[in-house]
Design a protein around this ligand. Structure first.
Ligand SMILES: [Zn+2]
Length: 538
């Protein structure tokens, strides 16, 4: 197997991709190298920027260096890491065609000893009629099929591209078909324009449509992804490789990349970055440098920004905090927040990829955190794996104690002691649960398990979180099979919201609902009110 997985979080993973030119750790960002002109010499890329893999264009190389005998792409670029070559498909997209056939460009990539190479696919592009999209998908598949015998003797890794653009059914079909062929790497085509237009929610849809239909053990390359702001999002959805010339193109245009968005050089007075360029220079020095020098400094900073963000993504996968990083980065631009919101639709996919236990607590910030894998997993497991204790006919829903774990808190211990004293063995007929945001019902006997005792939540709760929590409580109660429900509530907003949802749910399920309301549920008077009600109701 060329691809070995080490760590995972959400659909993101740290992997090792073995190529004949060396092993690359993923997620990896590949700087695009123009074989004719370079803002940063590739010979500096490994040592100074930790770029162990780069990508260049075999079509441009062939057009300009066809007279060089026995050309080795590593030697031409003066780069000793892993070299991926693209086939000229991008030129088809931009110029409408290329002066090369697929067998020629496949043969050429083998000849120049590319480590990872791409067939000559037909990019879908943007704003094209569906018939045209169908053509690009079918023609790309036809070419992929035709490429198989041509690459059978090759020791490079070959990329089977996925097309389809924003037509998700076609992306799915393309991924399913090419995933069944013997390629070692896959790539999602055509996202460049989606990214340039900041249509990040569409990008989320496209990546998931591809990912769901590709073999999970092959790396996925996102063509043309070069903004550090979106690396964590794309990695969270399972993209392993990124490539872009943006570090150099943005520099030409006076733009400064950060993981939070793009700044224009003329607007910068202070350099908010700790890369060697930004520590060695002031903003003023970069602004007043010659055009060529300015471009070079900006390109170097931009590449540092990309490479540093990849490390941040890897560290987040390693420590299981990728969701937190995605949430932080989503604040870089409203379109990124839209993408974060879109993840709600795919929370099942994200949960399935995430490890069940993490060595640290969960931070819950606001409604966006509802799509966290821990919340999804708890909702799923409570519904499918948790049954009420035998003989427990009445459900007591207790407002959350001030400390976690809830059942270990001094307040709850006093309540429990009071119930035991007053009810004697009758306590066995009670199913004691808490209700708390964002999880909904937290059975006392589960409240010490992960992540129910290890989370921090920001307060006051927002409306969406209140509604989700109340909905989760109601949904549990509806399916719980209890004879009667007692709501032991305080006077907070969540208590109101839960009571409202329970009234509807109990009505619907023909269950008896009794509410015991108090200003401070942790006093002896409040405890007595609860036991009196329980005794009266039998
Ligand atoms: Zn910098």
């Amino acid at each position: 197997m060329a691809f070995e997985l080490r760590d995972r979080d959400l659909l993101g993973r740290i992997g090792r991709l073995k190529t004949k030119g060396g092993t690359v750790e993923t997620p990896a960002f590949m700087p695009v190298i123009n074989p004719l002109t370079q803002t940063i010499p590739p010979s500096r890329m490994r040592k100074e920027f930790h770029a162990d893999i780069v990508i260049t264009n075999s079509y441009i190389t062939k057009k300009n260096f066809s007279d060089v005998p026995d050309l080795d792409i590593h030697r031409l670029l003066d780069y000793d890491g892993v070299v991926m070559t693209d086939s000229g498909a991008y030129q088809i997209l931009v110029y409408g065609g290329v002066e090369v056939t697929q067998p020629e460009i496949i043969e050429y990539q083998k000849k120049i000893r590319s480590d990872i190479a791409v067939i000559l696919d037909i990019p879908t592009g943007w704003d094209v009629p569906r018939e045209k999209v169908e053509y690009t998908v079918d023609e790309t598949l036809r070419r992929a099929e035709a490429a198989i015998p041509l690459i059978a003797d090759s020791d490079a890794l070959w990329v089977g591209p996925v097309q389809g653009g924003r037509h998700l059914d076609l992306v799915a079909k393309s991924a399913r078909s090419v995933g069944a062929m013997p390629f070692q790497v896959h790539a999602l085509g055509s996202p460049t324009e989606v990214m340039e237009r900041y249509m990040f929610p569409v990008l989320v849809d496209m990546i998931v449509a591809a990912k769901r239909n590709l073999p999970p053990d092959r790396p996925l390359h996102l063509f043309g992804a070069g903004h550090p702001m979106m690396f964590s999002l794309a990695a969270a959805l399972g993209c392993d490789l990124f490539d872009s010339a943006s570090y150099a193109l943005y520099a030409k245009d006076g733009r400064y990349l950060t993981p939070h968005g793009t700044l224009r050089l003329e607007d910068i007075s202070y350099l908010p970055c700790s890369c060697p360029i930004c520590r060695k220079h002031t903003a003023e020095e970069i602004k007043t440098a010659t055009k060529a020098e300015r471009e070079k400094l900006l390109a170097e900073h931009n590449l540092h920004a990309c490479m540093t963000e990849i490390d941040a993504v890897k560290q987040a996968i390693y420590e299981g905090s990728l969701w937190d990083l995605v949430e932080r980065r989503s604040r870089g631009h409203p379109a990124m927040t839209s993408a974060l919101k879109r993840l709600w639709m795919y929370r099942g996919d994200l949960e399935a990829g995430s490890p069940a236990f993490k060595g640290h607590g969960v931070f819950y910030y606001d409604q966006h955190s509802l799509a966290r894998p821990e919340v999804t997993r708890y909702e799923r497991l409570l519904a499918s794996n948790y049954g009420r204790p035998e003989g427990a006919e009445a459900l007591i829903l207790v407002t959350q104690p001030p400390r976690r774990p809830f059942n270990g808190s001094e307040e709850y211990r006093r309540l429990y002691q009071h119930l035991a004293n007053e009810l004697g063995e009758g306590i066995d007929r009670l199913h004691l649960c808490f209700y708390a945001a964002p999880y909904g019902v937290v059975p006392a006997d589960l409240s010490e398990t992960y992540p129910l005792s290890q989370y921090e939540i920001s307060e006051p709760l927002d409306l969406e979180t209140l509604r989700y929590t109340a909905g989760a409580v109601a949904s549990y109660v509806r399916g719980s099979g209890h004879r009667a429900v007692y709501l032991y509530r305080g006077r907070g907003q969540l208590d109101d919201e839960v009571e409202g949802a329970l009234m509807d749910a109990c009505d619907e399920a023909k269950m008896n609902l009794t509410t015991i309301w108090s200003n401070d549920p942790w006093t002896g008077d409040a405890f007595a009110a609860l036991t009196n009600t329980l005794k009266t109701r039998g």
